[in-house]
Design a protein around this ligand. Sequence first.
Ligand code: AHR
Length: 513
Amino acid sequence: MRRTAIHVAFLSALIATSGPARSEIRVAAAVNTQAKGPRIRPEIYGQFAEHLGTGIDGGIWVGPDSAIPNIRGYRRDVVEALQLLKVPVVRWPGGCFADIYRWRDGIGPRASRPVMLNKWWGNTEEKNQFGTHEFFDFAELIGAKTYLNINVGTGTAGEARDWIEYVSSPTNSTLAQLRRANGREKPWKVDYVGIGNEMWGCGGNLKAAEFSAQARLYANFLKEPGMVLIGGGATGDDYSWTEEMMKGRGQLDAVSLHYYTLPTGDWAKKGAAIGFDEGEWAATFVRTRKLEDMIRGHDQKMDAVDPDEKLGLMVAEWGTWYDATPGTNAAFLQQENTLRDALVAATNFHIFHRNAGRVHMANIAQMVNVLQAMILTEGPKMALTPTYHAFRMYQPFQGATALPVVGSFPEYVFGKIRLPAVDITAAKDASGLLHIGLVNVHPKESAEVELTLPSYVGRSIEGQVLTARRLDSRNTISGVAEVTPVSFSKARWTAGKLRVSMPAKSIVRLTVR
Ligand code: AHR
């Protein structure tokens, strides 16, 4: 990690905020507005769409003959919502599915595409209606870069090489001509290529040293100018995996990291998406904050070979993972999305900003209907989740320069659980606007935040706040919207400081002109 990386210092004694005597959290913090921090790459706000449940079929793709309004087969409501989100990059086709995917099954006339069984996600019949052309068209439609996760587990380097050639070659090679025959004259750009997925598990059950050699071989045949090659990386705090990948990195530009937030930390009983108690609320935030230590642990291993942070750590899967919605197919990973998810998302954005030198991309799992989704659909109905709103509120951070924030941050205490109640991030964009994100995870107490912002004193402020009545307030598919951002007016200049009055359990995003 370079010295420019951002750390929030917890200065002075930490003040516990639970108990009846206090009703308000007091935070004092300063932003170094002149610092030259790392750029927050827009790709940190990336997405992930896998052939899993209704994540793609039904959620994004309904086919051109569907009664559901669509643009060439893509749901119009979903496409329009994603366009507003300015999705920087989409990872596809998996996940675990990537290592059983045969790309040739997903090209040519849709009616004659083979049907395969999706071994990892309920053995459902995958009809391959959303294939290579559909993915690249979709990415173009929503204005996103492309991240192909290629098959190492049951594929070959040759098949992967052919896929890249089919998609991106401007020549008259037989594969490029096949693409043209299938309806696409112009080559597409493959921006990111993931080599394998969870190779320690569903991708092949390999040891780090075994996979590292394979990744090197694949990279040898896939490398092209302008393409970022990502070696399938570690889970959680498995730093030795990253160490091994770094030793044998060959032409890799990055490694990935997957980390999911489970309220209980127990895969057998992860915790409910709604109707949870305050203990699970608090535990969720403690667990999601662990990602920051993990990023730093992997970063240390990468620093050993790459102190200038040229190689990226891509957090290619992150987000909440709860017990599946009762009554749904558990293999479809469907879960409700509440105010808690929005605050988890914002907390993770802050973590990525603070570590933006090394974290070159992150992809929330997943885009539609699966895990911590932006969007839920059911037949023709659609709902924008609280997570969607968090992503939209933080759009101004895409491409801005991260700034250090130091201050004293009182704790939120629940039983044995302790964590900072308020987390703050700041960044300056190319036109000099200062953007500030604040998260107050305390479920009952408002926060009074005093910010020192050198050279911005007195400038005009606009902002938004996201909060709701209950910990598990949500936006239902039947049209009840309990969690939507509204404009925020409780930030004012007093004695040269910006004072922000935040409600309990809220996100505030401010722009100072
Ligand atoms: O996102 C769901 C699954 O979680 C992915 O397929 C896999 O990579 C991870 O275990």
